[in-house]
Design a binder for this molecule. Structure first.
Ligand code: MN
Length: 213
């Protein structure tokens, strides 16, 4: 099997005004497609690696043969990150459940406090990269409850490469917002909360816990 562009769960215009239609179209058809194409090219003669789920390739990024490691890191990361990104957004956003809000409050003080910490990661990431809400991996085997944390990564790196499970991600590459916001990353981040699909984030949170057991 080769990697393919996942179908978008909405129309390009559906995330307006937070993300404009033209940005969505270019981001999806040019940037994401480009990562998929280059990942397939890098693994053209690696049938075994090319047949693995993208999540698995990310988890074992340090075991990828050196001659293709950078291409898989950048383009496999690009493919995985954008595939997650599209699903955690939806037209008009979807609210978080009371239970998940309580969980966030236990860890971060409140849901608003989580958003502030997450935005600080998004703003603090110099140059290109991503901000994340993750379930930390190491607690898995110890039987402790899944631990939530915020972090950021450079370029197309992601939390799977460090053994953590991302449940919410925000693309802060300039290509994600420059047409509409130019250099105003903070405005992009603030508007983005309005289209976050918290139902999907919570589904990923629950799934992360199950994977770890
Ligand atoms: Mn992007």
């Amino acid at each position: 099997m080769t990697f393919t562009l996942p179908k978008l769960p909405y129309e390009y215009k559906d995330l307006e005004p937070a993300i404009d239609s033209r940005t969505m179209e270019i981001h999806y058809t040019k940037h994401h497609q480009g990562y998929v194409d280059k990942l397939n090219a890098a693994l053209e003669n690696e049938k075994e690696l090319a047949s693995e789920p993208i999540e698995e390739l990310m988890r074992k990024i340090d075991e990828i043969p050196m001659e293709m490691a950078t291409a898989v890191r950048n383009n496999g990361g690009g493919h995985y990150n954008h595939s997650l990104f599209w699903t955690v957004m939806t037209k008009g956003g979807k609210k978080m459940s009371g239970g998940f809000e309580k969980k966030l409050a236990e860890v971060f003080g409140s849901a608003d406090s989580l958003k502030e910490k997450f935005a600080a990661e998004a703003m603090g990431r110099f140059g290109s990269g991503w901000a994340w809400l993750v379930v930390e991996g190491p607690s898995a085997s110890s039987g402790q409850e899944s631990r939530l944390q915020v972090c950021s990564t450079a370029n197309q790196d992601n939390p799977l490469m460090k053994g953590n499970v991302p449940i919410l991600g925000l693309d802060v590459w300039e290509h994600a917002y420059y047409l509409n916001y130019q250099n105003r990353r903070a405005d992009y981040v603030a508007a983005w909360w309005n289209i976050v699909n918290w139902e999907e984030v919570e589904r990923r949170f629950t799934g992360a816990g199950q994977t770890q057991k």
